[in-house]
Ligand binder design. Structure first.
Ligand SMILES: Cc1cc2nc3c(=O)[nH]c(=O)nc-3n(C[C@H](O)[C@H](O)[C@H](O)COP(=O)(O)OP(=O)(O)OC[C@H]3O[C@@H](n4cnc5c(N)ncnc54)[C@H](O)[C@@H]3O)c2cc1C
Length: 373
């Protein structure tokens, strides 16, 4: 009996994760991407990949928080499974997030904390948020000793290294595709999806048992209201400085975060501009990010800039994700906006379950999906 065949347009965060999950369910998968597997121009490889279910409540609703909390559990299982399959240990930490503000911005910090308190489910407030004084800040992050008098600790939060995740998924996909005679079509833009068919720019029509659109902002025009929100980040190398966890700086002009990565690197981000311009980072944005980083600690002044990057986050008007079959019979997984890493496992698990049901596959009993229920 031949295996059911699923065609996925877009091999970014959502497309890679979904392809990997379906391959584990014994489905044959083929992937199509406009770029090469190691291109870094889309949102997935540009992101800071912070997993911030509490901090995001300042800009997102309770649904995103809930998807994020579920996804944190799923990431732990999925990354363990990925490591067992590929030998690649993706950097994943749950050491919380530290939020600080300079003395003149104390009011902005109080406002921010008030927003989080107001949006957190009441029974989660105590475990999700802890006010800190200067000593508490120094105890968590010795680098910041003496620099800030007030802060807030968000202990539930985490982060992962997206470059390692992309590499691990590519490795697992290569194995899985080889085993099922699936193909990863690089440099193969898909112009549209019609029912169970993918229409490639080169004129080819590829038919599948199920077709899934994971093109991020590349699906503009096919999903009502889908648009790009520009984000810019700076990566610096400063191996003599150390942070254990992401630090957010509350500032009335710009919201800065610094996410530490293995090897002495720090991702500094991110702007959020209502623009679909996907050109290189502007001088203004790099100055703002750089000066905010310098104000966190002047020793960052000697850090080496290793990357300046910009990409478009795929957003729907209600800022909520979709993982659903559309009226024409195509699956659409999109709208991950600024919290793709935070919520992707729960969103992808929902698509995985729906596609598996439509193909008549048995319900997965594995613990890797249990947290998504
Ligand atoms: C600056 C920045 C910082 C971010 N920080 C965070 C963070 O800290 N935490 C967090 O949770 N999220 C963060 N995000 C959001 C996260 O990166 C996105 O939500 C996520 O990457 C969206 O995943 P996606 O698979 O839908 O789209 P993408 O990751 O953009 O992938 C889309 C894929 O589709 C391909 N494609 C596009 N058009 C076509 C076409 N026509 N045919 C075939 N393939 C096509 C692209 O090449 C790409 O591979 C950030 C994003 C940005 C830009």
């Amino acid at each position: 009996m031949s295996l059911p065949h699923v065609g996925i347009a877009g091999a970014g965060l959502a497309g890679r994760l979904l392809a990997w999950r379906l391959l584990r369910r014994g489905v044959r998968v083929s992937l199509f991407d406009a770029g090469a597997r190691d291109d870094r121009g889309s949102a997935g490889p540009t992101a800071a990949a912070m997993l911030s279910p509490t901090a995001e409540l300042a800009a997102a609703d309770a649904h995103i928080h809930e998807l994020g909390m579920r996804s944190l559990g799923l990431w732990a299982h999925w990354l363990r499974a990925l490591q067992a399959q590929t030998g690649i240990d993706v950097y994943f930490r749950r050491e919380g997030t530290l939020v600080v503000a300079h003395a003149p911005d104390r009011g902005a910090l109080a406002h921010y904390t008030g927003l989080l308190r107001a949006h957190l489910p009441p029974h989660e407030v105590a475990g999700s948020l802890r006010a800190l004084d200067a000593a508490g800040i120094a105890q968590l992050e010795p680098l910041l000793e003496g620099r800030f008098a007030d802060g807030v600790f968000l202990p539930q939060e985490g982060q992962l290294a997206n470059d390692q995740l992309y590499a691990a998924l590519a490795c697992a996909l290569d194995d899985g595709l080889r085993a099922c005679a699936g193909v990863w079509h690089e440099h193969c833009p898909i112009d549209s999806l019609q029912g169970r068919a993918l229409l490639a720019r080169d004129g080819a029509r590829h038919e599948f048992d199920v077709a899934v659109d994971c093109r991020g902002v590349g699906a503009r025009g096919d999903i009502d209201g889908l648009h790009g929100v520009r984000g810019e980040v700076l990566t610096v190398h400063a191996p003599w400085l150390s942070l254990r966890r992401p630090v957010r700086l509350i500032h009335p002009r710009y919201a800065l975060y610094v996410a530490p990565r293995p090897g002495g690197r720090f991702i500094v981000g991110a702007t959020e501009l209502d623009s679909e311009d996907d050109g290189p980072i502007t001088l203004r944005s790099s100055l703002e990010l750089g000066s905010a980083l310098y104000s966190l600690h002047p020793e960052f002044g000697e850090a080496r800039v290793v990357r300046l990057a910009a990409a478009l986050r795929p957003a729907l008007p209600d800022r909520a994700p979709i993982a659903a079959l559309d009226g024409g019979g195509t699956w659409r997984v999109n709208g991950l906006f600024r919290h793709g890493y935070l919520i992707a496992p729960a969103v992808v698990a929902a698509a995985e379950r729906g596609i598996a049901d439509s193909l008549g596959l048995p319900r997965a009993l594995d613990e890797e999906l249990a947290h998504a229920a």
